[in-house]
Design a protein around this ligand. Structure first.
Ligand code: PAF
Length: 292
């Protein structure tokens, strides 16, 4: 496994590769990430993983400085999983005008996203998805455009809105890249694996799977025929709030457009974001209704 820090070395390492399967990450890898690497391994391609905590997608009051950085352990996990190349650029490598004293990327050309990026997670995290999409496009440029003809990028379904936005960006910008979605990996109690779970206290960790269970109850209610989506969202929000959660949103949406669900939609997704203390957890469940 090659560990590469610069764009120049990366282009040299990938120049002879015909097929690349790419898994972008921010490190602090858990079994959910490794499952994405395993999916990449099935593509018969050179498996490239990036580890980069992207300042551009963190708001001023977010956890950029305390975001867990565990490079040595990550590299061991990636080696065991069979990754071929790991790209671990510095901030200066990704953002040539980066100012370390203020964490300012000085990236003045960014991806302008449709309004869906300001909803759900985007409502609580202004600019987050534009920063995410911008770095993903930069990584795509560095990883894919060294001669490879087959280009696959893999993203987890846990970040459903992120996946939706990336697919839309690839479509609207005509990027010759196939996007593949990997399933959410869960703990035995249902909690979706996330690097942020490490912030939870033991008591919060016990409570955390309730978000997934609450979304599951909502799915059951819709499957049983309830169509009063707004009331269901409010009910679930109140239920979690009574148990001490601070809910950002609970929302039933079309899985195809990410617009608020209507009675005509059959492919649905229920998404939620809520805080245990200062830790913000997100989760979602996709489901399909039978036509009447
Ligand atoms: O999902 C993540 O870890 C990040 O948003 C990504 C896609 C690596 C971009 O920084």
């Amino acid at each position: 496994m090659q560990v590469i820090k610069t764009a120049h070395e990366l282009s040299q390492a990938l120049a002879q590769q015909n097929a690349i399967a790419f898994v972008p990450t921010m490190g602090n890898l858990h079994a959910g990430h490794i499952q994405l690497v395993e999916l990449a391994k099935t593509k018969n391609a050179c498996v490239v993983v990036s580890i980069f905590v992207n300042p551009l997608q963190f708001g001023a009051n977010e956890d950029l400085s305390k975001y867990p950085r565990t490079l040595e352990a990550d590299l061991e996990k990636l080696k065991a999983a069979g990754a071929d190349v790991v790209f671990t650029p510095s901030e200066q490598e990704m953002y040539p005008d980066f100012d370390a004293s203020s964490n300012n990327t000085h990236q003045s050309i960014t991806i302008n996203l449709p309004s869906v990026a300001n909803e759900l997670c985007g409502a609580a995290r202004p600019g987050h998805f534009s920063g995410m999409a911008t770095v993903v496009l930069k990584l795509f440029n560095l990883v894919f455009f060294n001669g490879a003809k087959t280009r696959v990028a893999i993203f987890g379904k846990k970040d459903f809105q992120q996946l939706f936005i990336i697919r839309d960006m690839v479509k609207q910008l005509n990027l010759p890249i196939e996007i593949i979605a990997g399933d959410t990996k869960r703990e035995a109690d249902g909690l979706a694996m996330s690097s942020r779970n490490g912030y939870l206290s033991p008591a919060q960790k016990l409570e955390a799977p309730r978000l997934y269970r609450a979304l599951g109850l909502l799915v059951d209610a819709v499957k049983q025929g309830r169509t009063d989506f707004a009331a269901l969202e409010t009910q679930t929000t109140q239920f979690l709030t009574q148990l001490g959660w601070v809910v950002d949103y609970i929302s039933i949406r079309s899985a195809e457009t990410l617009l608020p669900a209507t009675n005509a939609d059959l492919k649905l997704v229920v998404l939620g974001a809520a805080r245990q203390g200062t830790t913000r957890l997100i989760d979602n469940i996709e489901f399909t209704l039978k036509p009447n």
